[in-house]
Design a protein around this ligand. Structure first.
Ligand SMILES: [Zn+2]
Length: 462
């Protein structure tokens, strides 16, 4: 592939030749080789392809065929009832629920709106499902002895609220079919995304196999790093690679400290860093203390670090952890935070500048489908710190457009490391904007992506 007339690092009129997925030559007026494909960049900026360092591929694909049950589409009880009033008799799958819509939902609430078909609704955090009674019957919930995560009322009857049991629900339903990835993958390519880290903590062999199968079939265009547990295996060759061991912390049910430390040590002993899900202050402190006890490994990461007090910044610096943040939530959830979170804690939400100032490597992600899948929206939020209604959140945490872009151009295996560059010897994962970077930087729009290349192959063109 020969890409002609691109702007690279501010230099115009550059041609880029890639062969077998690697950039071989860069310069003006490169001669065309026989049989070579040519792509005219028309003066647009050629950037490294974007990496989304934390997202959920299968959940994103499943979300496409689900009912939105939370803000901004659904804001109150009436709108929720209307959204659920769909014709049909099979399972209804809702996503994105937030208690601001109609409080903490139980099966009795859901039964009032949908009495006659099974419904399951996911909390927007991804950690809880709420089911109605027909769904409870199909899941045989009332027959289930004591599985942790099934909430019960004082009389022992399941309330319909299921914590961290997404995989259990799937296995219970016997649905081992996976949603089709081709549409979401193409959509991501349209944003310039060439790599993703799948943050599912319980990804198993069949899902990894499905990713590889989608790659071979050409349905999945991005390279994928899977987190998962200690036992997950990936094929020796191909586009699926093994990432850190994902460890979930839940303030309501924190694991035994010593067990967590030994899990970390086991991961490290296998040469794998850990990725610790921390959204609250307590989860963060618990995780960092355990990590200090286990002894950190380069590549250990904190996922989200949604609320980071100053004192933790020093501890993070000492342990050498990377933070993978979701600045898009400033835009998408910021208005909710401004009304729900104590004002003295608001500046501690999804910080960016403070991490960089402390020398803490910072990678960016969308956490889609829990956030919107467009990394450019996340970059804009990192630069402007504006909520959907235009309020400011954490204005001391703003980044420059270049710093925001760098959140998504660090290597998949090292979020927060120096950004990849368009240079000879680099893997030809590229994102071409339709205009020069100087013009694009102020707007940071997904629609500026004119073409995307993975391994030198064009996977998207507008
Ligand atoms: Zn996530």
């Amino acid at each position: 592939m020969l890409i002609v007339n691109a702007e690279i690092d501010g230099r115009c009129g550059q041609d880029v030749r890639s062969l077998e997925g690697i950039i071989q030559e860069i310069g003006p007026d490169l001669p065309l080789h026989p049989g070579e494909d040519v792509f005219d960049a028309r003066g647009g900026a050629l950037l490294p392809g974007l990496n989304d360092h934390h997202m959920h591929l299968f959940a994103l694909a499943a979300a496409e065929s689900s009912v939105r049950c939370g803000p901004p589409e659904v804001a109150n009880e009436e709108e929720l009832a209307a959204a659920l009033a769909l014709p049909g008799s099979g399972w209804l799958r809702g996503i994105g629920y937030h208690p601001s819509v109609a409080g903490d939902l139980t099966r009795d609430d859901l039964d009032r709106w949908v009495p006659d078909r099974p419904v399951r609704i996911e909390h927007r955090s991804g950690k809880m499902w709420m089911v109605n009674s027909p769904a409870a019957a199909q899941l045989r919930l009332d027959e289930e002895p004591d599985i942790p995560g099934i909430e019960r009322d004082a009389g022992g009857r399941p309330t319909g609220r299921l914590f961290r049991l997404g995989d259990w629900i799937r296995s219970r339903l016997g649905t081992r079919t996976f949603p089709d990835l081709s549409a979401v993958s193409l959509r991501l390519a349209g944003y310039g995304v060439t790599g993703v880290s799948d943050a599912n903590p319980t990804i198993a062999g069949d899902a990894v196999h499905e990713l590889a199968r989608n790659h071979s079939a050409g349905a999945l265009l991005q390279r994928v790093q899977v987190m998962g547990g200690l036992d997950v295996r990936v094929p020796a060759e191909g586009l699926v690679n093994l990432g850190p061991v994902k460890l979930h912390l839940d303030e309501d049910r924190l694991p035994d400290f010593d067990q967590l430390v030994s899990k970390m040590a086991r991961a490290h002993g296998n040469g794998r860093p850990v990725a610790l899900h921390c959204v609250t202050r307590t989860e963060l402190i618990f995780a960092l203390t355990a990590l200090q006890e286990a002894g950190p490994l380069p590549g250990d990461r904190i996922e989200h670090a949604s609320l980071t007090p100053d004192a933790s910044l020093t501890l993070m610096q000492q342990t050498g952890v990377t933070v993978v943040t979701q600045p898009g939530f400033v835009f998408e959830r910021g208005d909710q935070y401004l009304s729900d979170v104590a004002s003295e804690e608001q500046p501690l939400l999804y910080r960016c500048r403070s991490f960089l100032r402390h020398g803490i490597p910072l990678g960016g992600s969308t956490d889609t489908p829990y956030g919107l899948p467009d990394p450019w929206g996340a970059m804009r939020a990192a630069v402007h710190r504006r909520t959907a209604t235009g309020s400011r959140l954490g204005q001391d945490e703003t980044l420059s457009p270049e710093e925001a872009l760098a959140l998504f151009t660090s290597p998949l295996e090292a979020p927060g490391a120096p950004p990849r560059r368009v240079e000879v010897g680099a893997v030809a994962d590229l994102c071409l904007l339709s205009r020069r970077w100087k013009e694009a930087r102020t707007r940071l729009l997904a629609s500026d992506v004119a073409a995307t290349f993975r391994d030198g192959q064009r996977i998207f063109a507008r």
